[in-house]
Ligand binder design. Sequence first.
Ligand code: NAD
Ligand code: UFG
Length: 345
Amino acid sequence: MILVTGGAGYIGSHTLIELNDAGFDFIVLDNLSNSSQEAIKRVEKIINKKITFIKGDIRDKELLRKIFSENEIDSVIHFAGLKAVGESVEKPLIYYENNVCGTNTLLEVMKEFNVKKFVFSSSATVYGEPEKMPVTEDMQTGIGITNPYGKSKYMIEEILKDLFISDNSFKIAILRYFNPVGAHESGIIGEDPSGIPNNLMPFISQVAVGKLPKLRVFGGDYPTKDGTGVRDFIHVVDLAKAHVKAIEYLNNNDLNEPLIVNLGTGRGYSVLEMIESFEKASGVKIPYEIVDRRPGDIAEIYANPNKAKKLLGWEAKRGIKEMCESAWKWQSEHPKGYEKIENEK
Ligand code: NAD
Ligand code: UFG
């Protein structure tokens, strides 16, 4: 049995489907601070199975003890965390408390209950401003990270490495996600940010559906192919499948260090290319203007995903077209995200 923390969130909810398809049992712990239980109900519909959902917090040690004592948990996939870059600059202590202290508490209780397999949602942000492209896992991390959110991911990676040194019966996978986008093909689950989206894809989707008037493109003078930022966008379903591979890897291999892998496609697309692709997928024109660079942004980052292919046998299969089409299906059929679904009941 796998404990999935943050399983009601964007990436977690998509991963539940893939875990179920691969025959894994799981329970979900989420405090719903950035998600809706409706996402779990939607996943139940897709997999045609009831999900054990616990509304609670990873920082609640007593609750964790109860969960570990009442369930035969052998591994944890840890998605739970706060992720808004700008908010983390405003509220650093909340981010360190939730992400770093929360993960520490979870690991303490895992150790208490002798649960040693751990898959962690890290981020390409740990590379800071990389010296060369594409990024490989052995490149330097921790230098030049511009916000507390990113630093919290780096700190957790360091905690995990130290934990392994102290107790090498832990089996740890650190997954460095690049830019997850898109939605499940059913169109009934997807990304549902609260308030005005920070990230490019949900912002474009909300412009396309008429919720927001126009996109601001942050920077048109980067040293990239068209002057706009370049990122390695990865379909959330591909990303979700990588978690199944990571769990299988931990189940089948002895590790002499934490496994660290990039999860990206290996291809960078610019902001303008994403707009163009979304326009094609949706048939809607996206009004935009090029404005100043966003503080803390880097020009370009994309993964070398070869390690994930070699060790996990995983590679991203879905391209930019499927990313945009699925994001559009979700957004156009649920313009108000899960809120609309709840109100319809
Ligand atoms: P999300 O906000 O949709 O999901 C995170 C979930 O964790 C939410 O459902 C939230 O309610 C829950 N949560 C937060 N704090 C909690 C706590 N203390 N106790 C219990 N539940 C808690 O985000 P997501 O996009 O699905 O991201 C999942 C993970 O992947 C996060 O750790 C995030 O930092 C990481 N990540 C995301 C991206 C991205 O661009 N989406 C990129 C790199 C890494
Ligand atoms: N962008 C715009 N306009 C917007 C939003 C974004 O032009 O309204 C641009 C950004 O400047 C950047 C690109 O679109 O060039 C992608 O920006 P996102 O905010 O979508 O993604 P980031 O690469 O900045 O950051 C994301 C997550 C972080 C994570 C990082 C690496 O938000 O949590 O990927 O994994 F750390």
